[in-house]
Design a protein around this ligand. Structure first.
Ligand SMILES: Cc1cc2nc3c(=O)[nH]c(=O)nc-3n(C[C@H](O)[C@H](O)[C@H](O)COP(=O)(O)O)c2cc1C
Length: 387
């Protein structure tokens, strides 16, 4: 197996033991917002795979912004169960780093939660006031500090896939208060939240912070367009967002694309849309080129490597070998075979994701979700599935 996969990577004052990153993947199996036994079992299995970084799935900063009915929530009440989850991960993968992805689902929240929006005049979701946005920011800060207490190495401040912080960034956010309009206002939320988190961290200055972004959302006025009425891809503004992350002293950017609920083929291509994955490779390279050219230090994580199935190692080798990314992120593959990195290291047979969309289908139906091909529990759930 190519040794480049197992080259360590310095990240802040820590070392990532290899270049495999387990992306945030919602399993929708929490219990009252805390990780359940099933959640812990899933991550325990993943830990055996020896991933360089494991990102704990989208975890809400408060109770009324959930996209999944059994989604995770990081609050004081659930702190001990998060501590236990992280302990279990460390026990089986002592060298790998653990991040928690913090989110607010905004207009992508489920009906059982509260669907809110930033854009005035939209029918349906409740329009958030400026003060409410301030409170959401407080909740991100509080959750980040709880992530430190839970023992995580870092956080992924989720700004991708059309959730609250992604909606905030896009040109179509035309709010006329300090949260909308020009890019300085649209980046205010994460700039201020990050500054506040940093100010509170003090003696935990080694805590790693980064963000996952959708470089192009594929909607009019979305991230990766040049204005509220534009649909054509233009990455200039999103590159400025990445520059801003670097200026703030963030440590990584996880490059993704699309909005799963609206333009899902962009985020997670399937067999019939698999060539869309090359856009994601290009986005990661474009970001890395800018970082290298401007001598910036953010590390770049690429996404959607499951799409390549058994060719993933070849693509990984090329992307890492040419320094187009620092880490390669796998989503659906972590469900198909949580042991993948360790199996590749040992030269063992890997169960490759078949891009069947079974996990997405279960998730959309608000069921526990996982791999319906290789995992008997989800195979059975799929058999009993009624759309
Ligand atoms: C069932 C499911 C759950 C997901 N959960 C998350 C999540 O919690 N956070 C996130 O940023 N992306 C999430 N994603 C997106 C994946 O992390 C990843 O970007 C996408 O599947 C494409 O990568 P892949 O080709 O390696 O699967 C999810 C995708 C699926 C299919």
């Amino acid at each position: 197996m190519n040794s480049i996969f197992f080259e360590p990577l310095a990240l802040k004052n820590k070392t990532v033991p290899n270049r495999f990153l387990a992306q945030a993947m919602e399993g929708n199996d929490g219990e009252k917002g805390g990780p359940s036994e099933r959640t812990i079992d899933r991550y325990r299995e993943l830990a055996k795979g020896g991933w360089g970084i494991t990102v704990i799935e989208a975890t809400s900063v408060w109770e009324t912004s959930l996209a999944r009915v059994n989604g995770l929530i990081l609050n004081k009440k659930n702190l001990n169960s998060f501590k236990r989850l992280i302990d279990e991960l460390r026990r089986r993968n002592s060298e790998g780093l653990v991040f928690i992805q913090l989110t607010h689902s905004g207009e992508r929240s489920g009906k059982f939660s509260e669907i809110v929006t930033l854009t005035p005049g939209k029918a349906g979701p409740r329009y958030l006031s400026s003060d409410e946005i301030e409170r959401i920011k407080d909740a991100f800060v509080e959750a980040a500090l709880l992530a430190v207490e839970a023992g995580a190495d870092g956080i992924d401040f989720k700004m991708c896939h059309g959730y609250f912080c992604g909606e905030m960034l896009r040109p179509a956010n035309t709010r006329d208060d300090k949260w909308g309009g020009g890019l300085a206002n649209r980046t205010r939320f994460f700039r201020e939240a990050l500054a506040e988190i940093k100010a509170c961290l003090k003696d935990t200055a080694g805590f790693i912070m980064g963000s996952r972004v959708s470089m192009y959302e594929g909607i009019r006025g979305g991230c990766g367009t040049a204005g509220r009425d534009e649909i054509i891809e233009d990455l200039s503004e999103m590159l400025d967002v990445v520059r801003c992350m670097d200026d703030l002293g963030m440590d990584f950017v996880n490059v993704s694309a699309g909005i799963p609920a609206l333009t899902g083929a962009i985020t997670r291509p399937t067999e019939s849309s698999k060539y869309l994955v090359y856009h994601q490779l290009r986005y990661a390279k474009t970001v890395k080129d800018m970082i290298q050219k401007e001598k910036r230090s953010l590390k770049v994580i690429g996404s959607a490597y499951s799409t390549f199935k058994e060719d993933a190692p070849v693509i990984m080798e090329e992307m890492l070998g040419k320094s187009y990314v620092d880490l390669c992120g796998f989503g659906r593959q972590i469900f198909a075979d949580p042991l993948m990195p360790e199996k590749l290291r040992r030269g063992e047979k890997v169960h490759w994701c078949l891009l069947c969309s079974g996990c997405s289908k279960l998730m959309a139906a608000q069921m526990n979700d996982g791999c319906i091909i290789y995992n008997p529990y989800y195979r059975e759930a799929n058999r009993n599935f009624k759309a």
